[in-house]
Design a protein around this ligand. Structure first.
Ligand SMILES: [Zn+2]
Length: 328
């Protein structure tokens, strides 16, 4: 796999610029919060920053060649500490004391700095956060602490006020799609769909594109959508039952159906196929747009909304799924 660098990391220019500047000067902050959704690249950015701070070349980016960079690339740098936790939902006070507060009393082993990365920092309970406070207030010169989180609201105001804060911006579908096409060699027709389903997260887009199960569900759903008009009711109900039982991917499958009907609606409104997600199904979508009334399309969107509500509430979905698919 290609090594991620500041150059080929897509987007987040404001954060990269700061990290490059801070990494090569003495103006490094001691504590940072990086906020962004899952898969947005918080860890990758944190690691690039840590590598820059420790790189023996002393440039504004990791050289990827020196001993320090090589140790970091193989996840074996003794001065980059990534906090781990035993319970999936909680980072405990003991874990913060042992891995950060106690450890920061010891000077770096190899480089000039020690970098502590705390992923899922919102999982620190109040005691854990309080135990970290003093270290953040009066850190030794060599320490840099990076708190990674999907919501800084979950961190105490006292922590928030003492950290330099950066929010990762959501990427556009076009950016994610370009990344999938150019870096991962995914054909355009799929890259566009995966990007639309990813909500601006390259991590999520990668997860989708690498899941064999998802690809299978995706292909079955598209094939169903194209044939549904001519299917007997029993077959439609059978498909609905199968989907409702697919707990893991039902949310994504619902999103595929939503994107599909949004394409049909867009096409109907514009009178031709413009900026479609499903670029290689243009002919089918145009035909469907001509055949459908706005009222029918609206019913489909209402059913989709109802289904999504039930999914959110963790309620049974089979009946809603029947209604939706029969309405297509
Ligand atoms: Zn280096």
């Amino acid at each position: 796999m290609e090594t991620v660098t500041f150059e080929n990391f897509i987007g987040q220019e404001h954060i990269k610029a700061h990290f490059k500047e801070a990494g090569s000067s003495d103006k490094t902050g001691h504590a940072y919060i990086l906020e962004g959704m899952k898969g947005s690249g918080k860890r990758t950015l944190a690691k690039l920053f840590a590598m820059t701070l420790l790189c023996e070349a002393g440039d504004n980016k990791p050289c990827m060649q020196c001993h320090s960079c090589k140790m970091a690339l193989s996840e074996g740098h003794p001065d980059i500490i990534t906090v781990t936790h035993e319970k999936p939902a909680v980072i405990s006070v003991d874990e913060i004391r042992r891995q950060v507060v106690g450890d920061v009393l010891i000077r770096p082993y190899y480089g000039k700095k020690k970098i502590y990365i705390i992923p899922d920092a919102e999982k620190m309970n109040v005691n854990a956060q309080n135990s970290l406070l003093k270290t953040i207030e009066e850190p030794p010169d060599f320490a840099v602490i990076l708190l990674l989180t999907d919501s800084r609201q979950s961190l105490l105001p006292t922590i928030n006020s003492r950290c330099v804060y950066f929010a990762l911006r959501q990427l556009s579908n076009a950016d994610v799609g370009d990344y999938l096409m150019t870096k991962k060699g995914i054909p355009e027709k799929k890259a566009r769909v995966f990007a639309s389903l990813s909500q601006g997260s390259i991590g999520r887009a990668m997860e989708i594109s690498e899941s064999e199960e998802f690809i299978k569900d995706y292909e079955e759903t598209i094939s169903f959508l194209k044939r549904s008009k001519d299917m007997p009711v029993s077959e439609i109900l059978g498909f609905a039952k199968e989907l409702a039982g697919n707990k893991e991917n039902i949310g994504t499958i619902t999103d595929i159906i939503l994107l599909w009907y949004r394409d049909i609606l867009m096409c109907k409104a514009a009178g031709r196929a413009v900026s479609l997600t499903f670029v290689n199904e243009t002919e089918y979508i145009e035909q469907k747009a001509r055949q459908s009334e706005y009222e029918d399309l609206n019913k489909v969107f209402l059913s989709l909304d109802a289904l999504k509500e039930r999914l959110k509430a963790n309620a049974g979905t089979e009946a809603s799924m029947d209604m939706l698919l029969l309405g297509l």
